[in-house]
Design a protein around this ligand. Sequence first.
Ligand code: IPM
Ligand code: MG
Length: 357
Amino acid sequence: MQTYRIAAIPADGIGPEVIDAGLQVLDALSARDGGFALDVKQYDWGSDHFRRHGVMMPEDGLAQLTTQDAIFFGAVGAPDVPDHVTLWGLRLPICQGFDQYANVRPTRILPGIAAPLKGVGPGDLDWVIVRENSEGEYAGHGGRAHRGHSGEVATEVAIFTRAGVTRIMRYAFALAQARPRKLLTVVTKSNAQRFGMVMWDEIAAEVATGFPDVTWDRMLVDAMTVRMVRAPQSLDTIVATNLQADILSDLAGALAGSLGVAPTANIDPERRFPSMFEPIHGSAFDIAGQGIANPVATFWTACQMLEHLGQSAAAARLMRAVEAVCAAGISTPDVGGRASTQEVTDAVIEALRGDNR
Ligand code: IPM
Ligand code: MG
């Protein structure tokens, strides 16, 4: 039997509630499946750690994680610590330090979840957004001069490298190729941004020659928002820069009914380092501690984690259970239900036990 070492970093807000739910479900799944076990190690990093020690994680944090097979991450963000401090203190150092350059965000309308577009239900919206996760607008390159003076200057430089764009493009084409429709949309803003974005377009065309069976097209990011709303069926796999895909994935989550169900994987495709799996929704302090956080995004990202670890059958089993529970209307208030986090979790565990496939 295979045992995987999992680093759990629940961190802030509703992070601990959803990670706890996710670990319960994974436990039940490994007991049901019998083919794998998880050796979970908890890390108490995050905003509390920051209040106590002045840093979000210890200096040797990354070194502590390198021996793990995957990272199961809750959320960062606290009302009393600036967002750029929490983000650059924990999540981004892990993504960038472990070169998790492919951020993968599947979106589907799950059964039982009301989506806002008229006439668009499950089956009409089935996308995977691939977000470049190591450079672009999140490269952290820039600075401020003459602080506080009227002549103050700030720069925030987006960095695009041929190596960085080529590897994310290859990842996106390969992912599109592995999906039934073999359809990829490459998003840029190459009409207004004539250097980095024009290079994206050129590299997309180069990489495309290696994937002759993938149908691909290009969209400008502004027009892409319209297409996502007007013709969701026309899209399948999508690749975009760090910031553009950040924005598009929020829109995607909303169009699928709720950010509460949207998962994400920060992947090092070369497997030199552990990859990190997290719900997109963030720390949601307004509902923290009430036991009503939606655990579905965390369950879904647990499926992504299992797939990455090579446990596809278990991943599929978990996703079936989650969909059955959603279809039965057992859901948290953010998607119109009345169930608590624990009730949804129990229902998924029950569905897993009853799944005989
Ligand atoms: C996301 C989030 C983060 C991001 C925030 C918390 C900085 O919005 O995962 O999409 O922009 O990367
Ligand atoms: Mg975002």
